[in-house]
Write a protein of this length. Structure first.
Length: 225
């Protein structure tokens, strides 16, 4: 398996707006072809440490390049919003990856640049993506190069545990903490709230959460848990 790290400037695209609004970062959450494959239904999550920058970005986004129609804006908090919109298929770069048999693992936009991380079974498919991006007149290709695919000594999937290295108590603690908003940018729960929901003491809840986070970080840094 081959991984690709891709960095581009997409000229004439709405992504250029992220350069105008300081700190705005956009993550691709979901996409789906509609209207017989002519359009793409896109869902994005938009973060910003500055609520005024987020508001300005949302206002400008409606008329941004490659945005055909904004269907819904969900202002989750002062610093985060989700947007559902329609885009012409020809202007959505991620389909260059998927049409070349790639699996898109990450799509992020910040400071006027787009970043993609994708994986391929065939090296020729990965090369095809780089070649097609180079031929696009609306794309300035900054980087399109292989990345190391991590090899783990522990299974990542085991019995419904998405990171097989975690214990049941750690998984439960993470799920409860996430649901309550302990990990949110604007916290809606503290450690006492998590401990109360778990029915354990603060020290125990803290131990489970810290242990789980440490293991996850080690996995993604290509180390053993």
């Amino acid at each position: 398996m081959l991984g690709l790290s891709i960095n581009v400037r997409h000229l004439g695209d709405w992504s250029a707006l992220t350069h105008e609004f300081n700190g705005v970062c956009v993550n691709g959450l979901y996409s789906h072809l509609v209207n017989h494959g002519e359009l793409s239904l896109e869902v994005i999550g938009i973060h910003s440490p500055h609520s005024t920058a987020l508001s300005g970005f949302l206002s400008s986004f409606r008329t941004g390049g490659n945005v055909l129609k904004v269907l819904h804006v969900n202002r989750v908090s002062r610093n985060y919003a989700e947007v559902i919109y329609l885009a012409p298929i020809g202007g959505v770069l991620k389909y260059i990856i998927t049409s070349n048999n790639g699996i898109l693992a990450e799509s992020r936009v910040m400071g006027g640049f787009k970043w993609f991380r994708a994986y391929f079974l065939d090296e020729k498919d990965a090369e095809g993506v780089c070649s097609e991006l180079k031929r696009r007149g609306s794309v300035e290709l900054i980087k399109c190069e292989p990345i190391k695919v991590a090899r783990h000594r522990e299974p990542l999937f085991r019995g419904g545990n998405a990171l097989g290295v975690l214990t049941e108590s750690e998984v439960k603690a993470l799920k409860v903490a996430y649901r309550l908003g302990y990990f949110s940018e604007v916290k809606t729960a503290n450690l006492s709230d998590v401990a109360r929901a778990l029915g354990v003491g603060k020290a125990t809840a803290n131990h489970h959460i810290r242990s789980a986070v440490r293991k996850i970080v080690k996995v993604y840094l290509n180390d053993s848990p």
